[in-house]
Write a protein that binds this ligand. Sequence first.
Ligand code: ZN
Ligand code: ZN
Ligand code: ZN
Length: 386
Amino acid sequence: MTGTAPAPFTADDYRARMERAARQAAEAGLAGLLVAPGPDLVWLTGYTPTAVTERLTLLVLAAGRDPVLVVPTLEAPDAERAPAARALTLRDWTDGKDPYAVTAALLDTEGLLRGPKGVGGAPLGISDNTWALHLLGLQRALPGTSYASLTEALPMLRAVKDAAELDLLAAAGAAADAAFEEIRQVAFAGRRESDVAADLAALLRRFGHSQVDFTIVASGPNGANPHHEVGDRVIERGDMVVLDFGGLKDGYGSDTSRTVHVGEPTDEERRVHDLVREAQEAGFRAVRPGVACQEVDRAARAVIADAGYGEYFIHRTGHGIGVTTHEPPYMIEGEERPLVPGMCFSVEPGVYLPGRFGVRIEDIVTVTEDGGRRLNDTAREMVIVD
Ligand code: ZN
Ligand code: ZN
Ligand code: ZN
């Protein structure tokens, strides 16, 4: 993604997000938050530099203080047009200056490095995708400071979506559904996986995606590898084909999987597909407020394990989605944090039979007061393609 996100959020929306993030950081025992270009910066400000380079761009947040965006002088005009520009102060630095010294001075004047929460005290939260170059520069300029991963310290910061975000995720899901309705009409047998993947990418774009993150087309034995890279294998009659595709539409993600069969399936293929479908339904039905994330995983996994295929379900059941296509919350054993209305995540159990075939069915689901609501809703029955 380049430029600023086209999302319908105002400077006031971003101000509220930045205040919430700073407050949560303080509650988590952090001195403040440092956020480099990436999904957290997009969510907090709507801003992405046209090119992410070695020049430091960094948002500095701390409870009770005005947000400051450190930017290279030559990018300041772009930053001034960011959706959140009215809600923050720009501090630009010119080539030849040390941006880490500029940031260090800023942190010092903001009082983040003094007193009980100063150097050697509370860590600064830093966004996960900050380049090592920048973190090392900060450590050099601010010896004695310590850092914590923003995602580890505040895993649920972006997890609960507001109404406008839910609308955008629903629109991305509807676009992915439309792409599936079209792809099921195309010829599979005799074409390479990469040809069908190119069709899928074109369809996602036609239905409004500005960014395609993945178009997995895993045919026959390739389907047994959940993250199969699309290759030159020619799809044959009799193949199961796992389709898993998604990306960003208007700044928010889609991610769906359906498994189709080329021609008539065998009884076993039908049985395994029915089993995964039943597991996906069980995971979906487990979704309601207050339930631990791991319960969604357990509900889907129990169906597959009870049928004797437990060892062939080799990944977690789901992951969150928002301004990225993989983020917290994770539907995984050991994740005891509760589901909260507004969370959005995938429910995507699968069965992978090495050397033979795989089946995965994936929908994006949001938590409502009454249970789960699917943001993908094309047929989950096995679709027969040509
Ligand atoms: Zn078959
Ligand atoms: Zn997927
Ligand atoms: Zn997924």
